[in-house]
Design a protein around this ligand. Structure first.
Ligand SMILES: [Zn+2]
Ligand SMILES: [Zn+2]
Length: 407
């Protein structure tokens, strides 16, 4: 068996991996690194089939590039197909607005859509003499691990979370000989989830009681739904704006991928949706606004932030990882952001909360022990060595992008 990472082995972003077993080559994920302009993986070689773990653009952003050049099926779950489609359309709009060349066009996206072959958890796909089985990966609704069975068993996790949240069930280990596993949180632990939720709700209570507005920048996919479920445990006036609205609908249409679609529906019904400028004004007089983008790099959040940034009673509550070079990171490091080309101070309160959808260090170690592989290949992480050091008695590989490995 041979493999090569086209991207995303030593960094979090633009993941793509080719796995070659005998005469058959498979491509797992093919994404981009969202920067301005985005960064892309190494061009994918010809393969016999493609498997997509989940909808986030660092795993899906380059699918149309592949289906434009190759005649193959793209295997993924129904919510992954729908949400990826939405994000890919959005990435074309962003390219247009920012003025950089997209690596594919609308026609290529239509072609990609036709090649989507949806599977549910537990389904098998046969390619040559290989059998590939889909398993839940936690993380976000529809996120999938792929088990490849030939002469030996290989598992590719994609992004992984073992914790059961209000939104998704946690991933369970799958016995395998070789395990390709993400390592985003290698060396880092999460605070207890319930404690984060309580701290978040307490902070909102405080902000509302002093007459302020809590602005909650959230990623549209996964995090927004997570936050709405958390907010449904309190009784505030919550407004929702941005792309999270469409993602909500997709998840509700795919109820078997959500832990409790009843709870998600209930949470959504309690939220007021911003449908136009008048609603946006009303939202500013409300108590909580949940909106995109999660890293303050565009989207409706900037309009709201402009309104509250000098109000000491109000607060910005960040709910996700803030990548280097983003406005969210500038806020944390310097207390300023770039607002439509001008650097401005943020004088209202701001705070960051941990709602991560990735397994923490100890979760990863436990998951690996549960899969009990002879060989572990660590990917999708910047601190892989720390995790490698924690895995005794197993062969551990830390591959570099572009290099072929034979195992
Ligand atoms: Zn992800
Ligand atoms: Zn990822």
């Amino acid at each position: 068996m041979d493999f090569q990472f086209l991207g995303g082995a030593s960094e979090v972003g633009r993941l793509g991996m080719v796995l070659k077993k005998g005469p058959i080559s498979l491509l797992f994920d093919y994404g981009l690194l969202p920067r301005d302009p985005p960064q892309y993986p190494i061009p994918a070689p010809p393969v016999d089939g493609m498997f997509v773990s989940h909808a986030h653009l660092d795993h899906t952003g380059m699918i149309p590039w592949v289906t434009r050049r190759q005649d193959l099926d793209v295997v993924l779950t129904p919510p992954t197909a729908d949400v990826a489609d939405l994000l890919l359309q959005d990435s074309l709009k962003i390219a247009d607005a920012e003025g950089f060349d997209a690596p594919f066009d609308d026609g290529d996206l239509r072609t990609a859509r036709r090649r989507f072959k949806t599977v549910d958890f537990g389904d098998n796909v046969d390619i040559g003499d290989l059998e590939v089985t889909a398993h839940p990966a936690g993380h976000i609704p529809g996120a999938t691990m792929y088990e490849v069975n030939g002469t030996e068993t290989t598992l590719f996790t994609g992004d992984l979370h073992t914790l059961t949240t209000d939104l998704v069930w946690g991933a369970r280990p799958v016995k395998c000989d070789t395990l390709f596993i993400e390592s985003t949180y290698a060396g880092r632990q999460h605070p207890e989830r319930l404690k984060s939720e309580h701290a978040f709700l307490r902070k909102i209570e405080q902000v509302v009681n002093r007459g302020g507005l809590a602005l909650v920048p959230s990623f549209a996919v996964g995090r927004t739904q997570d936050i709405l479920l958390t907010l449904s445990k309190a009784h505030h006036e919550v407004w929702l704006d941005g792309m999270g609205k469409k993602v909500n609908s997709i998840y509700v249409e795919n109820p078997e991928y959500v832990r409790s679609v009843k709870a998600l529906r209930k949470a959504m019904n309690r939220v007021r949706v911003v449908r136009g400028p008048r609603d946006a004004q009303l939202a500013l007089r409300g108590e909580v606004i949940v909106t995109t983008s999660g890293m303050l790099d565009g989207g409706p959040v900037l309009r709201y932030l402009e309104e509250i940034r000098e109000d000491p009673r109000s607060a910005v509550l960040l709910t996700g990882y803030q990548v280097e070079g983003t406005n969210g990171r500038r806020l944390i490091d310097e207390g300023v952001i770039d607002l439509y080309g001008v650097t401005v101070d943020i004088k209202c309160e701001w705070q960051k909360f941990d709602f991560s959808a990735h397994a923490g260090h100890d979760d990863l170690v436990r998951f690996i022990e549960g899969c009990d592989p002879q060989r572990v290949v660590l990917m999708h992480g910047e601190n892989r060595q720390i995790l490698a050091d924690a895995l005794e008695g197993r062969e551990v590989l830390l591959p570099q992008e572009g290099q072929w490995y034979t195992i």
